[in-house]
Design a protein around this ligand. Structure first.
Ligand SMILES: *Cc1c(COP(=O)(O)O)cnc(C)c1O
Length: 373
């Protein structure tokens, strides 16, 4: 029996290259507190991502909480039920109220018209997600924020290195939050970052992630410890040397899936094959009613045969117990999110997924398609 195949596998650079950097950390004795690797990684990421300012974090969830704090958000935050639970947890940790609105049927990103319809005098922020690394409708969403004077914070956890029509998608909104978790396209084991637009905002965010310290003896805010260590930062610098190669391997897998799944009735690949820079973080397919198996039956069919796709994002965030009671969590209010949660399956995609494994995954999908024929 062949080895099991999981939805993702962390990208790791050659261990010898990392040993060298560890040697430098041992020599310097600087382990954290914005040391040399931290500074180098911030500069390198600004250049790679084409963004003006970046603040590194220990993870994206703390970064989301700090982003809300940095903008002084209190009240209602309009967001998507179709995401990883951390998006909404950051809102609750900030003692704000999530207001769930529907996503677009195709992109599964927040629908601008639904955002506009949900704005009240209590709306304090909009927190969209670039789901699967596919850019949200940033122009429309930024315009709504601008019109009402409401900040927009993008959860860009999936969107490392992604461009929209006007360059990096990370330059939209007031702040964007990246995740460098092991399962993401660019990882530092654990890690995250906030992209900001002005040096003042970056400085304030850097204070908030460092206990609110302002110099040696002054504390100006109830900050938190959100700092990235030197080990993670050094690892990130190394990852950055390999990330283009990792993304092009993902692109080849994406292209083969699209090519070989195109003629299977009832399976639809999400995203597009346009020219803008993508990161191929996920490979979501929609299992439609015309496919002989339901999404869940297909999921089980594959799992029983050693391939483990994931149902991102099922259940919806609004279904979890700490969200269910909010008036906006009523599923009849977001039919597109509900159908995404019922029909989407994310297939395995990661740089080291080899041709034979891909052949096996596609073969299973063909077998499943034939069960009803
Ligand atoms: C992974 C993820 C997060 C959380 O990132 P961490 O770095 O693990 O805290 C937040 N939002 C989304 C959409 C994610 O996928």
């Amino acid at each position: 029996m062949a080895d099991d195949i999981f939805v993702t596998r962390p990208y790791l650079p050659p261990l010898d290259e990392f040993r060298e950097l560890l040697g430098e950390i041992w020599d310097s004795g600087t382990l954290t507190n914005c040391g040399p690797f931290h500074q180098k990684l911030e500069a390198a990421l600004c250049e790679y991502l084409c963004v003006p300012h970046i603040s590194l974090f220990n993870n994206a969830t703390i970064a989301l909480v700090v982003a809300l704090r940095a903008l002084g958000i209190k009240g209602e935050v309009i967001t998507t039920p179709y995401s990883f639970v951390a998006t909404s947890h950051a809102i609750l940790w900030s003692e704000c109220t999530p207001v769930f609105v529907d996503v677009e049927a195709q992109s599964l990103n927040l629908a601008p018209a639904q955002i506009a319809a949900a704005i009240t005098p209590k709306t304090a922020a909009i927190l969209p997600v670039h789901c699967y690394g596919h850019p949200a409708d940033v122009d429309a969403i930024d315009a709504i924020g601008g019109r009402h004077g409401i900040p927009v914070i993008y959860d860009a956890a999936h969107a490392f290195g992604v461009d929209c029509h006007c360059g990096s998608v990370l330059t939209h909104g007031d702040l964007s939050v990246l995740s460098f978790h092991a399962t993401k396209v660019f990882n530092t084991f654990e890690g995250g970052a906030i992209v900001s637009k002005t040096p003042e905002m970056k400085h304030y965010i850097d204070q908030l992630k460092n206990f609110g310290h302002d110099g040696e003896v002054s504390v100006i805010e109830t900050g938190i410890n959100g700092k990235m260590s030197e080990i993670n930062a050094a690892f990130g610098l190394l990852q950055l040397c390999h990330v283009d190669d990792a993304i092009s391997k993902r692109a080849a897998i994406d292209a083969r899936y699209r090519r070989e799944l195109a003629d299977i009735r009832g399976l639809q690949c999400l995203g597009d094959t346009g020219q803008m820079r993508q990161n191929h973080a996920y490979f979501p397919i929609r299992v439609k009613a015309t496919f002989p198996l339901s999404r869940d039956a297909l999921y089980n069919f594959m799992k029983e045969r050693g391939v483990h796709p994931r149902r991102y994002f099922y259940p919806l965030i609004s279904d979890f117990p700490m969200y269910r009671h909010f008036p906006s969590a009523d599923p009849t209010r977001f039919p597109n999110a509900v159908s995404g949660a019922a029909e989407i399956l994310c297939l395995p995609i990661y740089p080291d997924l080899d041709d034979a494994s891909l052949t096996r995954i596609i073969g299973l999908l063909r077998d499943a398609a034939a069960t009803g024929a």
